[in-house]
Design a binder for this molecule. Structure first.
Ligand SMILES: *Cc1c(COP(=O)(O)O)cnc(C)c1O
Length: 342
C-alpha cells in the first residue's frame, strides 16, 4: 500500500530516472578523486551556487558540522539563531566535533537582531573566546524564508569583523523559489553553504558543502578525518545530478500544494493554520478543538493510509513533496473532515 507521507520531505524516495542513472553511473574511488560522476556533481553544484568548489557529504548534519569544524578552532564561539537546526537537532555535535561554544541569539523566524549580533562579536580580551563563525539558516525550518536584506546586513557585520559566515541551506532551493531569485543571489551573503540533495530534491542520500577552493580543500581532509571519505560514490552522485538539474525546478509545485493544503485546512472548524509561515513546502497548524485533537492522532491517520508526525510544541506540521499531489491532499482533507464527525 502506498501511504500519503506528510511527515517530511526527507521521505522522498529516488525517482525512476534517478535509479536508472545510478545503475549506469561511471564510478571510481572518490578518496583518490577518481570518480568522474562525483566530480561532475561537485562541479555542477559549485557553479549552481556561485562558489569555487563543492564537496559531497553523507548528510546535512555532517555538512553543517564539517563547516563548523573547518572554519573554527576549539574553544571558538559560533553566533547563530537560538532555535536553528544546528542548535536544536544536531545532537550537540558542535561541542563534540569542533569543540566550539554555541552563542545562540534570540531570533524571530530565524532572523537575529543585527545590533545584538554586532554586540555579541568578541573583542580581544584575555577572558574571551574568539568569535569563529556566524551561521544563518535559509529556508528556516519553521516554514519561513530570510529576506535577502537580512542576510546582507548580517553578512556586512561579519565582514567588518573578518568573521566567516556559513549558511545552513538544507532547503536553499526552496528559499530561492519562494524569494523568486537565483540561489546565487542568496549565497552572495555567505562564505560557505550546505544544502541537502535528499529532501525535496528526492536523491536517496547526501548533501553538498560549498565554498572557496581553499575552504573545500581543508574540508575534504576533515571529511576524511570524520570517516566521510567514500569510495564509488558516483552511484549517489548520479542521483544528485538529477536532483539539481531537474527536481530543483519543480519545487514550486510543492509550495503551491502547501498553499492549497493550508487554505483548505484553515476552512476546517477547529484548525488554525499559521498563515505567516507558508513560504515553502510546509504547513504548520494548531488544533483548537479538543474533540478534534483527540481524533487527529498518528494512529487514526495511519489507519487511513496517511503518515504524520505528532505535534511539536503544540504545532502540527504537514510537508508537501514530489510524492504528494493535489488528489492526495484532497484525500487527507476528506479524512480530517470525516474525523470531525466523531
Ligand atoms: C534536514 C536539515 C538538516 C540536516 O540534514 P540531515 O541530512 O537530516 O542531517 C540541517 N538543517 C536543516 C535546516 C534541515 O532541515
Amino acid at each position: 500500500m502506498k501511504y500519503i507521507d506528510l511527515r517530511s520531505d526527507t521521505v522522498t524516495e529516488p525517482t525512476q530516472r534517478m535509479r536508472e542513472a545510478m545503475m549506469d553511473a561511471i564510478v571510481g574511488d572518490d578518496v583518490y578523486e577518481d570518480d568522474p560522476t562525483m566530480k561532475e556533481l561537485e562541479e555542477y553544484a559549485a557553479n549552481l551556487v556561485g562558489k569555487e568548489a563543492a564537496l559531497f557529504v553523507p548528510s546535512g548534519t555532517f555538512a553543517n558540522q564539517l563547516a563548523i569544524f573547518t572554519w573554527c578552532n576549539r574553544g571558538d564561539e559560533v553566533i547563530l539563531p537560538h532555535d536553528c537546526h544546528v542548535v536544536m537537532h544536531e545532537v550537540g555535535a558542535a561541542s563534540v566535533i569542533a569543540g566550539v561554544q554555541l552563542r545562540s541569539m534570540p531570533a524571530i523566524n530565524g532572523q537575529m537582531n543585527p545590533q545584538m549580533v554586532k554586540e555579541a562579536i568578541r573583542e580581544d580580551d584575555i577572558h574571551y573566546p574568539e568569535t569563529g563563525l556566524i551561521c544563518m539558516e535559509n529556508a528556516y525550518s519553521d516554514g519561513t524564508v530570510l529576506p535577502l536584506e537580512h542576510m546582507q546586513e548580517i553578512y556586512a557585520i561579519a565582514k567588518a569583523h573578518d568573521i566567516p559566515v556559513h549558511l545552513d541551506g538544507a532547503r536553499v532551493f526552496n528559499a530561492a523559489t519562494a524569494l523568486k531569485v537565483d540561489a546565487k543571489d542568496i549565497l552572495r551573503y555567505t562564505d560557505s553553504v550546505m544544502f541537502c540533495l535528499s529532501k525535496g530534491l528526492c536523491a536517496p542520500v547526501g548533501s553538498i558543502l560549498a565554498g572557496s577552493k581553499e575552504f573545500i580543500a581543508k574540508a575534504r581532509k576533515k571529511r576524511k578525518l570524520l570517516g566521510g571519505g567514500m569510495r564509488q560514490v558516483g552511484m549517489l552522485g548520479a542521483a544528485g545530478l538529477i536532483a539539481l538539474k531537474e527536481m530543483r525546478l519543480r519545487l514550486i509545485e510543492d509550495h503551491d500544494n502547501a498553499k492549497y493544503l493550508a487554505e483548505e485546512l484553515d476552512k476546517i472548524q477547529g484548525i488554525e493554520v499559521i498563515k505567516d509561515a507558508l513560504d515553502i513546502n510546509m504547513v504548520f497548524f494548531k488544533i483548537t478543538d479538543e474533540r478534534l485533537e483527540a481524533q487527529l492522532t498518528e494512529e487514526n491517520f495511519f489507519k487511513n493510509g496517511i503518515k504524520i508526525n505528532p505535534a511539536e510544541g503544540g504545532l502540527m506540521r504537514f510537508v508537501c513533496h514530489y510524492y504528494i499531489n493535489k488528489s492526495d491532499i484532497d484525500k487527507v482533507l476528506g479524512v480530517i473532515n470525516e474525523m470531525r464527525r466523531y
